[in-house]
Design a protein around this ligand. Structure first.
Ligand SMILES: C[S@@+](CC[C@H](N)C(=O)[O-])C[C@H]1O[C@@H](n2cnc3c(N)ncnc32)[C@H](O)[C@@H]1O
Ligand code: SF4
Length: 324
């Protein structure tokens, strides 16, 4: 796909002008109704070990903090927590590594993954990354790692969001991880008014670079109306307004997937709201948005699981509910 072709195609859909409207605001990243069940996933951990990031994405909803005041979880308490958790949890048990920044910037990240693979081989590990930091050689066994890599559409649109010279680096990261035998590669794309009309071109570019070795997931990003409702309650949410005027509504994105692509692309939608133990420097929460805090990493695992099981009312009263 040439950049010229992309420029000629834009913009197809108008920018939103009603971002602050309360009746509209529930449409952004709210794909379901409040009757959704809350499901307790007690065989799933979500770990956010670092708030630093090397990129500055326009729509990033998390509270990226760089420099000395960054939020950081050291390796020892994380590995200790995971091994204690693994002792009381039957397989299948999985860890989703993410950051309110970029996990690959944590100096001990590959070491933590390797130590968990050695100490609790039954644990599945999923790594969410922006794919711009070259550290794959530090992982001992990529054949047991599932990657989620952020690529937000064809090159010019990805770089509109993530910055210049990011697309080729990230695609090269994906190819390298696949060539080194990673178990799976899922490309996660935030859909916008611009990239949603170029999904065939995007998929063709990815297939040309990676072969048919990846899957593609589409997510409608959170926009400011939703984020402003939880900013005060969570230290993990971006302190500033994001650039959301190219964000598409869920309903419009679903319509385009159905009519333009006849369902060949679908949006990530959960039938339920998932609760799981989510670890960050602020403590342990019931999900990655960091709103419902239930304890500390040093707390007994059984206590945390009990508190999570009893947190449905708190989850339902979160201003983002039903978040996905
Ligand atoms: C905050 S990032 C952290 C991990 C890594 N730095 C990355 O970009 O993949 C985690 C996920 O959140 C997504 N994300 C960023 N801004 C978002 C928004 N406004 N709404 C929903 N998801 C968003 C990213 O695309 C990524 O898939
Ligand atoms: S989306 Fe990921 S890569 Fe982009 S600024 Fe946020 S944390 Fe960093």
């Amino acid at each position: 796909m040439s950049e010229q072709a992309v420029r000629v195609s834009l913009p197809i859909l108008p920018a939103r002008t009603d971002a602050g409207s309360p009746t509209q605001s529930r449409l952004w990243h709210s794909s379901g109704e409040s009757s959704k069940p809350v499901k307790i996933l007690s065989q799933h951990l979500y770990i956010e070990p670092i708030s630093s990031c090397n990129l500055h994405c326009r729509m990033c909803y998390t509270n990226v903090v760089n420099g000395p005041s960054r939020r950081l979880l050291e390796a020892e308490p994380i590995v200790d927590f995971v091994l204690r958790y693994a002792n009381v949890t039957a397989a299948p048990f999985s860890i989703y590594w993410c950051g309110t920044g970029e996990v690959m910037l944590h100096r001990s990240f590959p070491d933590m993954v390797n130590r968990i693979q050695a100490g609790a081989p039954q644990v599945e590990q999923i790594i969410q990354t922006n794919g711009t930091v070259k550290r794959l050689a530090e992982f001992q066994d990529l054949t047991r790692i599932d990657f989620r890599v952020s690529i937000d559409g064809v090159k010019p649109l990805h770089e509109w969001h993530r910055g210049p010279k990011t697309y080729d680096r990230t695609v090269a990261f994906c190819r390298d991880a696949l060539d080194r035998g990673c178990r799976s590669m899922n490309i996660r794309c935030l859909v916008t008014l611009d990239n949603i009309v170029l999904l065939d071109e995007f998929a063709a570019d990815l297939t040309a670079a990676l072969g048919p070795r990846y899957t593609l997931s589409l997510t409608v990003p959170y926009a400011n109306p939703a984020l402003s409702r939880v900013r005060a309650a969570s230290a993990l949410i971006n302190r500033n307004e994001i650039e959301d005027n190219r964000i598409i509504t869920f309903e419009e994105a679903a319509r385009i997937c159905k009519e333009r692509y006849q369902g060949r692309y679908t949006l990530a939608v959960d039938d339920e709201v998932d609760n799981y133990l989510s670890l960050s420097s602020g403590g342990v929460y019931t999900c990655c948005e960091g709103v419902v805090r239930i304890g500390d990493l040093a707390d007994p695992i059984e206590t945390l699981i009990e508190r999570m099981a009893g947190s449905e009312a708190a989850c339902r009263s979160c201003a983002l509910f039903p978040c996905q």
